[in-house]
Design a protein around this ligand. Structure first.
Ligand code: THU
Length: 135
């Protein structure tokens, strides 16, 4: 379980990444950040496109950045959006977070300092993953 200081570091990184969001169509700016066991932090923001379906969520940008840099183990993820009700990861991102991060704590935060952490297994119960491919 991530400590409180780990949690505030990834929240801060997600908040900073959110500033780089390219969201001219939805105006819904999202930042995400992952923590590695060594303490590295990799962040991402959502990147939209005029061809809407090509949009990439902040969580997946962070995961793809990290994996492309050779980072494969993660201990926590934070997601920051400026909504009163804290924004959870979308369904597609839940699948990707499960694949690459497993049952990590998922911290959702907003700009007013509201914070909630849930385990990934409760956000994606009965997940499909590579275990089923071996059967
Ligand atoms: N978005 C994310 O970045 N993460 C999520 O988990 C939910 C949705 C982005 C995609 C799009 O740019 C905008 O939020 C509105 O859906």
């Amino acid at each position: 379980m991530a400590s409180d200081s780990d949690r505030s570091a990834i929240i801060a990184a997600a908040k900073a990444a959110r500033e780089n969001a390219h969201a001219p169509f939805s105006k819904f700016r999202v930042g995400a950040a992952l923590q590695t066991p060594e303490g590295a932090i990799i962040a991402g923001c959502n990147i939209e496109n005029a061809s809407y379906g090509l949009t990439m969520c902040a969580e997946r940008v962070a995961i793809f950045k990290a994996v492309s840099e050779g980072k494969r183990k993660f201990t926590a993820i934070a997601i920051v959006v400026d909504t009163d009700e804290l924004t959870p990861p979308c369904g597609a991102c839940r699948q990707l977070i499960w694949e690459f991060c497993g049952d990590v704590p998922v911290t959702m935060a907003n700009l007013e300092g509201r914070i909630e952490t849930m385990q990934m297994s409760s956000l994606l119960p009965k997940a499909f993953d590579a275990r089923f491919l071996d059967e």
